[in-house]
Design a protein around this ligand. Structure first.
Ligand code: SF4
Ligand SMILES: [Zn+2]
Length: 369
């Protein structure tokens, strides 16, 4: 009797994707500095839970970055975040972070200026491998009485009782938001395109646990990862937003891809098999997601590198205005801001939507490429 193997996955082929990501991660790690003490920071206008908007200061803490990215499988396929972080920060430099972040906060306007702070690490704030437990508490303790909201980012495997209870000893639940980069709630897309390593169930577990402690969740959704077309990514964003809304995620952040150095996305971009998303796709994703979730969730969409060659873009003449509109919508949640006049490139965009899969299904087009 012969066995039919046609439906079985070839283990060698299954590994090609992550082997390539792993090789590129080695290259990107070689470009990292052994040590540096730079704290990247920026100011943005954010929506707050009472419906008003206000300024937030975001810090990227120079920890050693995401452990998941350092694994043999190379981490998420689009991610170059740890490239900004030192490979081996000294203990001394880490323990200066409470003072140094506070100094930046004060210098940029302090309590009079900011209603919120966000702490990113290019990894997970709740991973003790990056930030020792006493240090992560000390950083939060500096700010807790001076802002309305504190956001921290983490992968969902670190969302466990021990870590949540530890953070809640310093920050009351009503001030805390835990952001999780789930990217998509479609496990197949996550496995074949993003390599996130979180399944939807794991994300749901983390959300449920945070909600048990009355902590708000922010879910990140990635728009147009590799091998995705404009249409399929729009569809995926909306399905993911719906899933997140169904389980009560209060903040949904839509993050269009931009091309990071030493990524598979960059290699595909150079070969002409990947184009960053059109800003029109981003626009429709934000608009439809907000229409879908209504007042039950804040929808945030402030695309990084919008209008640049390596970022989400349209024709070049409407990009700046559309980015500004999305930014304003994100801080106010006012859907009427998204009633805009369409640029003439919109016609080309609509034809791309119906034809790009005829090329290779990877979002390529020669117009405005
Ligand atoms: S979990 Fe976050 S930081 Fe880590 S590789 Fe993925 S996107 Fe990058
Ligand atoms: Zn245009």
């Amino acid at each position: 009797m012969t066995q039919d193997n046609t439906t079985r996955a070839d283990p060698e082929k299954e590994r090609v994707f992550t082997v390539e990501i792993g090789k590129l991660r080695i290259l990107s790690n070689e470009m990292r500095k052994e040590q540096h003490e730079r704290i990247i920071n920026w100011v943005d206008e954010s929506p707050f839970r009472d419906g008003s908007s206000g300024k937030s200061l975001t810090f990227v803490l120079p920890t050693r970055g995401c452990k998941y990215a350092m694994a043999k499988h190379g981490g998420c396929s689009m991610c170059t975040l740890p490239m900004d972080n030192p490979l081996n920060p000294t203990t001394e430099s880490l323990y200066q972070l409470p003072e140094r972040t506070w100094e930046i906060f004060e210098k940029k306007g302090g309590v009079a200026e900011f209603r919120g702070v966000k702490f990113y690490t290019s990894g997970s704030y709740l991973d003790p491998w990056e930030l020792p437990v006493d240090l992560r508490r000390a950083i939060l303790a500096k700010f807790v009485d001076n802002v309305d909201e504190i956001t921290i980012e983490t992968r969902c495997e670190f969302v466990i009782k021990k870590h949540i209870e530890d953070i809640l000893e310093v920050v009351p639940a009503e001030k805390l938001i835990v952001a999780i980069g789930q990217e998509t709630t479609d496990d197949e897309i996550n496995k074949r395109s993003v390599n996130k390593g979180h399944k939807r169930k794991q994300f749901e577990r983390a959300v449920k646990l945070l909600h048990q402690y009355n902590v708000q969740v922010k879910g990140y959704i990635l728009l147009k990862s590799i091998f995705m077309s404009e249409v399929s990514s729009l569809d995926d964003v909306l399905r993911s937003a719906k899933h997140m809304n169904d389980i009560g995620v209060q903040n949904i952040s839509i993050n269009p891809c931009y091309i990071g150095k030493k990524t598979l996305m960059e290699q595909m971009f150079y070969r002409g098999t990947y184009r960053p998303p059109w800003l029109w796709t981003v626009y429709y994703a934000a608009k439809a997601a907000k229409q879908l979730v209504g007042d039950r969730a804040r929808v945030i969409c402030d695309p990084v590198a919008a209008g640049s060659e390596r970022g989400p873009r349209n024709c070049g003449s409407c990009d700046k205005a559309l980015k500004a509109t999305l930014k304003e919508f994100s801080s106010t949640q006012d859907l009427s801001l998204l009633d805009i006049e369409l640029c003439e490139c919109h016609q080309i965009y609509t034809s791309v939507l119906s034809t790009e899969h005829l090329a290779n299904g990877m979002g390529t087009t020669s117009v405005y490429h």
